[in-house]
Design a protein around this ligand. Structure first.
Ligand SMILES: Cc1cc2nc3c(=O)[nH]c(=O)nc-3n(C[C@H](O)[C@H](O)[C@H](O)COP(=O)(O)OP(=O)(O)OC[C@H]3O[C@@H](n4cnc5c(N)ncnc54)[C@H](O)[C@@H]3O)c2cc1C
Ligand code: SF4
Ligand code: SF4
Ligand code: SF4
Length: 567
């Protein structure tokens, strides 16, 4: 069997993430929860075609300016280039396309003809708004219900401005609304409109309400501490009076660090983050921990608060002890083993508890038979995100528990396709192929391969010498001494002059870039270059020498049995 070539994605595909003619893929794409077409975007940024890069990204992710700032970038940890010199700045390149594209030149996909079907979405976070965007493009009449006064969920209401400026959220949410999505803000389902009314008025419904109920510390005086997300939300709404000079935050995740950075910027002099985890297994990202240390935040590991001290009006400090181990039960409840009976105290003006969040599904009135997981999240079919109630789907944190923006985007997009299939065909199986045609129309075809492609490992790229070793260009950050005193965005992004050279470092693992190396090195001259890349010109003549495989700098050549020992 002569070689096959796994080609770069040339179509704007909304679903599925991979196509039949792409039997191989890269680790970065395999690890991106949003499903970004990373290599295609890199190929376009390399040629300074930033508007097209953004068009491709938006086929899968309406929020590249948000994920390009706050995603924990699992793609970069998986990048093959790190074995050669350093991983690509994938997140910064994603943000670059979102920030630098001339929006007047970015093509807008045209909505499919109206289906006459009405869809309700509860919650305007990344999951709800992603589903709203693709559902509107698929021709449905979408209404989003949101408790808060503004759309955007946690990225709008809780992630601090200095990590994610609100104008970025507004810009990307605005693009969703341009598709004709109706939004009803200040409207809590269960308070301002009943879930049963939504069920009566709409043909299908997505629950994307996130996890907004905050766990409280189970210790005396806990009522004098501020819940973390509530605190961040108040600051996002403009309050500046909640912080004193000394602040203690209980919790070791990203939310605790957001509170610490916010406290510093609101003028606190002494900020402590205390958590049960040890130094090496904290939930927060290495970036957050490094930033906190650089800004002078004190981190106290393997410690637990025993009580919040108070004067009857407000917190005055905490009492804590050292622990030797801890564990969470299946409902997320914490139990700790003290290392000593000794108790210490830290005087403080403010105590913030960042000890986790839970779903709040009180608005489901109990008349319908939803199933829940032990963590209190909604149970869904993992493929279609259908709940156990006909016509009701769920996506984002309400299904996964507290997760990430990119995961919420990925699940919102999958939910849109499943709901479309339900509304059009009355069934959610065979999710099909959804793409944007050359004329910009959204097209749905019934058959598409959902088989998982082979993820190309570094060792499979035999001609890495094709690439010169080159320094990674990363985004620039405001120096810690300055950042801790300013509300300016900490991460300034990639410099304009670095973007194309950084994108050019990409190996395009598993995808043919039509470089021609395989054709040049084919000893039997059986390969030829066609307009869309290499092809086997003399099928019968191939003697399977593997020269093309060895010559390919992208690991894009595939052999099938009996020659798979070369793959
Ligand atoms: C402080 C903080 C910082 C974070 N930082 C990051 C980060 O840096 N990177 C990252 O990837 N992830 C981060 N996350 C996690 C990320 O924001 C979430 O995983 C993501 O927003 C989940 O999206 P979602 O759409 O499921 O829910 P959400 O974003 O929570 O949106 C749900 C929406 O539903 C609304 N809602 C709830 N109940 C109702 C109701 N009854 N009626 C109407 N509306 C309702 C809520 O008001 C909210 O707007 C952070 C989370 C927090 C709390
Ligand atoms: S969304 Fe996250 S994982 Fe996906 S490309 Fe962007 S940074 Fe990487
Ligand atoms: S080199 Fe490029 S294609 Fe390969 S994993 Fe890294 S970013 Fe992805
Ligand atoms: S060598 Fe070049 S042209 Fe041939 S398959 Fe690999 S990337 Fe494509």
């Amino acid at each position: 069997m002569p070689p096959k070539f796994s080609k770069e994605m040339m179509e704007k595909v909304i679903f599925p993430d991979r196509l039949e003619y792409q039997p191989r893929t890269s680790p970065c794409e395999a690890h991106c929860p949003a499903g970004n077409p990373i290599q295609k975007a890199h190929a376009l940024v390399k040629e300074n075609r930033v508007e097209e890069a953004l068009e491709y990204l938006r086929c899968r992710n309406p929020f590249p300016g948000i994920t390009g700032r706050v995603c924990a970038h699992p793609c970069e940890q998986a990048c093959n280039r790190k074995e050669y010199d350093d991983s690509l700045s994938i997140r910064a390149l994603e943000r670059f396309s979102a920030d630098h594209a001339d929006l007047t030149r970015v093509a807008r996909p045209r909505r499919r003809e109206g289906s006459g079907k009405k869809m309700a979405i509860i919650g305007s976070g990344p999951a709800g708004m992603t589903c709203a965007y693709y559902s509107a493009l698929l021709g449905h009449d979408v209404t989003v219900f949101e408790t808060a006064p503004a759309l955007g969920g946690i990225p709008r209401m809780a992630i601090p401005d200095f990590r994610l400026p609100k104008d970025v959220v507004d810009r990307e949410v605005g693009r969703v609304l341009e598709t004709g999505v109706h939004a009803r803000t200040n409207t809590a389902v269960g308070r301002d409109i009943g879930f049963d009314e939504i069920r009566r008025e709409f043909d299908a419904c997505l629950i994307a309400a996130g996890t907004w109920k905050e766990r409280s510390l189970d210790v005396p005086g806990a009522e004098f501490s501020l819940p973390a997300v509530w605190f961040l939300r108040q600051v996002a709404l403009g309050r500046r009076d909640l912080i004193g000079d000394k602040v203690v935050i209980m919790g070791g995740g990203g939310v605790a660090f957001d509170c610490a950075f916010t406290a510093k910027r609101l003028g606190a002099n002494e900020v402590h983050v205390m958590c049960v985890e040890g130094e090496t297994n904290m939930c927060a990202s290495m970036e957050d921990i490094a930033q906190a240390k650089a800004e002078g935040v004190f981190i106290l590991n393997s410690r637990m608060i025993s009580q919040v001290l108070h004067d009857g009006i407000k917190a005055t400090g905490i009492e804590y002890f050292q622990i030797s181990s801890f564990e969470f039960d299946e409902k997320g409840g914490l139990s700790v083993k003290p290392a000593t009976s000794e108790r210490n105290t830290i005087p403080s003006d403010t105590v913030i508890s960042a000890v986790g969040v839970l779903p709040d599904l009180g608005f489901l009135d109990g008349k319908e038979h939803f199933r829940f997981t032990p963590k209190g999240t909604l149970e869904v079919d993992p493929k279609t995100l259908a709940t156990t109630v006909d016509g009701v789907f769920a996506a984002g944190d309400i299904v996964s528990g507290p997760a990430t923006v990119a995961e919420a985007v990925g699940s919102g997009r999958r939910a849109a396709i499943a709901i479309d299939r339900y509304l059009v065909n009355g069934r959610t199986t065979n999710l099909g192929l959804v793409r944007i045609s050359d004329e910009g129309h959204v097209v749905v075809e019934d058959s598409a391969s959902e088989s998982e492609p082979h993820v190309v490992a570094y060792e499979e790229i035999m001609n890495v010498d094709h690439f010169e070793k080159q320094e990674r260009r990363a985004s620039e950050r405001v120096p810690p001494g300055v950042s801790s005193r300013s509300l300016e965005e900490i991460d300034r992004g990639l410099r304009e002059e670095h973007a194309a050279t950084e994108a050019a470092r990409c190996f395009h693992c598993g995808h043919c870039t039509s470089c021609g190396c395989c054709v040049e090195d084919c000893a039997g001259l059986i390969l030829a270059m066609a307009e869309d890349g290499p092809r086997v010109a003399y099928y019968e003549e191939c003697w399977h020498c593997g020269c093309c495989r060895i010559a390919c700098p992208s690991g894009a050549v595939l052999y099938e049995f009996p020659l798979n020992m070369l793959v």
